[in-house]
Design a protein. Structure first.
Lengths: 309, 279
């Protein structure tokens, strides 16, 4: 290694020059605004000037029913949004990856490419296309249910309070299932053949091979996917905004933290926007995401057993 | 792998499940594109059949092209995406090189600092970013978007690229040093060409969220001049709620460029993901 630290070497300017642009842009546009948002949540605009009010904004957020009802509703919806992703998206992703990784499967490149298509589309396209498909006006969904004799099951899912959030979560699952599929697929491919051959010699094949050998080996990847899903879900906004608008209708039943933040910050209809309350909500989201990441790093990741081949 | 594990029913089952899911994944996309080429009667009468001579109609496309300034939005998206991508790759590679090549005080700390942004979404800083952009007069400029997306893309780029740069042989770099090359020449002439495949991976990962983003264009640059395709399509779709021909045509126009690019680069993308982008 040529680059080992030796005392009394001249200051290496090039290290600074290599690091400077990235660190400057990252600090100025990402870290400082994040810190600024946290700071802003402690202030309030009184008579055109920012006054330090301590945790007053948070007291309003949790104490004033105008805010707290909306916040808890958004948080509850967001948790449900996340649960659906964990229960539907990730198992489907694992199943598809397990099937794709079986040796000598024909057309696997085609399946991989096709199943990943929704992931590359923008939320605007996804939200609107599904809105059209589920719309009772167009009638594609009832028509298709009719083909399998289940037409009676059809209701305008996106327009009903009790179904809208679940329907949107499933649309989001449809869009992002490609990501767990690809990451698990990569993890499965990296399992050495010797391990699987050894398992076969011991008579462990098929399903039991998956449960006993492969699944423990891909657990770290499943952990990473879970935390990525968590961060993505608690930061989601676009799909709800596109499909249901900023009001996250019907009657706020699809409101999640992202849309709640947007309305608090920019205002809507009768309420005027309030940057300080917006900052307070962003701070809560920050704490929730940070909490999730810490739980993952300190509780989950340290307990996952990793195998070196 | 022995043949004992591959029985015929199992293979058929695997294909059945994969085919079903492929159909679910592609159905909405195909449905939208198919119906965008139909007349209004065709869209509502036979939504599930491909356009026939009787139902074929380009009315939707003529409406969209006559109404929205999509060419302009497309240019904006292209400028923003390409410029952000360039800065993410250049700055990211430079920082990754510094972190993986040199040992200096604070190296690990700097790496952790830059990795922070992978887990904490930049969106949470929106309130202060908007204030910053207002203060510097950058609201409603593409520069604002480029700056934000560069900052957003850097953490993951630095993280992935430094993993790959650690694999470039030290002997090669040292040979360069003995020949009197400066550290800059070593980076640009020796190391960068060698990590080109991983740069492509980072490029794809960076590009998709930028192209598809709705949040920052909506907040930082909603003016007519600076609208991106995603924002333009969103507003257009909102205006034409009842004109189904136009909506389906606009959706198809928004899908097709991405789809074509994806089909061309899918091999690269999938190889990138599966070659240890996330280990």
């Amino acid at each position: 290694m040529a680059a080992q630290t030796r005392p009394k070497r001249p200051f290496r300017w090039h290290i600074g020059i290599f690091l400077a642009p990235a660190v400057l842009v990252y600090t100025a546009i990402m870290i400082l605004p994040l810190a600024g948002t946290l700071q802003l949540s402690l202030f309030r605009n009184i008579n055109q000037s920012q006054v330090f009010v301590g945790l007053e904004n948070f007291r309003t957020l949790f104490g004033n029913p105008n805010w707290s009802v909306g916040f808890w509703n958004a948080l509850r919806n967001n948790v449900w949004f996340f649960i659906i992703h964990m229960l539907v998206q990730n198992p489907i992703g694992v199943l598809l990856a397990a099937l794709l990784s079986s040796p000598r499967l024909r057309f696997s490149a085609f399946y991989r490419t096709a199943i990943f298509v929704p992931t590359i589309l923008s939320f605007v396209i996804v939200g609107f296309a599904w809105k059209l498909i589920l719309s009772p006006l167009w009638g594609v969904a009832p028509h298709m249910l009719d083909l399998i004799g289940l037409k009676s099951l059809f209701t305008p899912w996106l327009g009903k309070e009790e179904y809208a959030l679940t329907a949107l979560s499933l649309i989001s699952v449809w869009q992002f299932v490609g990501i767990p599929m690809m990451l698990i697929y990569a993890a499965l491919l990296s399992i050495p053949d010797e391990v699987l051959e050894a398992a076969e010699c011991d008579g462990i094949t098929g399903m039991s091979q998956f449960w006993k050998i492969k699944l423990p080996l891909i657990l770290p990847s499943i952990g990473i996917i879970s935390i990525l899903t968590f961060v993505g879900n608690f930061n989601a906004f676009d799909l709800i905004y596109t499909a249901q608008g900023a009001l996250a209708g019907p009657n706020y039943s699809t409101d999640i933290l992202g849309t709640f933040l947007y309305r608090a910050f920019f205002g809507f209809q009768l309420q005027i926007g309030d940057p300080n309350m917006g900052a307070a909500i962003a701070t809560m989201m920050f704490l929730i995401i940070l909490g999730g990441v810490c739980v993952y790093l300190f509780l989950v990741q340290t307990r996952l057993r990793r195998y070196q081949f | 792998m022995s043949t004992a594990t591959r029985s015929l029913p199992r293979t058929i089952g695997a294909h059945a499940i994969l085919l079903t899911y492929t159909a679910i994944a592609l159905f909405p996309v195909i449905l939208v594109i198919m119906n965008s080429f139909k007349s209004r009667a065709g869209i509502f009468g036979e939504p599930l059949t491909p356009p026939t001579p009787k139902t074929f109609d380009l009315i939707g496309y003529t409406t969209v092209i006559g109404q929205g300034d999509f060419i302009h939005y497309f240019q904006n998206s292209l400028v923003v995406t390409v410029a952000s991508l360039f800065f993410v790759l250049l700055f990211g590679a430079m920082a990754a090189f510094a972190l993986s090549e040199y040992r200096f005080r604070g190296n690990t700390l700097m790496g952790l600092y830059l990795a922070l942004g992978i887990m904490i979404p930049i969106r949470l800083g929106t309130v202060a970013i908007l204030q910053l952009m207002v203060a510097s007069g950058l609201v409603n400029t593409l520069t604002a978007l480029i700056l934000v997306y560069t900052a957003q893309g850097l953490p993951l780029a630095v993280f992935i690229l430094s993993e790959f740069m650690k694999q470039v042989s030290d002997d090669l770099k040292n040979a360069g040093r003995i020949d009197g090359l400066s550290e800059y020449t070593i980076f640009f002439r020796l190391v960068l060409p060698l990590v080109r495949p991983s740069m492509a991976t980072v490029a794809v990962f960076t590009m998709i969220p930028i192209w598809n983003d709705l949040w920052f264009p909506l907040i930082l640059a909603p003016s007519e001049e600076t609208k991106t395709v995603t924002l333009g399509a969103q507003l257009f779709l909102g205006q034409f709620v009842t004109n189904w021909n136009a909506i389906l045509a606009a959706l198809s126009l928004a899908i097709m460029p991405v789809l074509i690019l994806y089909v061309i680069f899918s091999r690269q993308l999938i190889r990138g993901i599966t070659s240890g982008a996330v280990k």
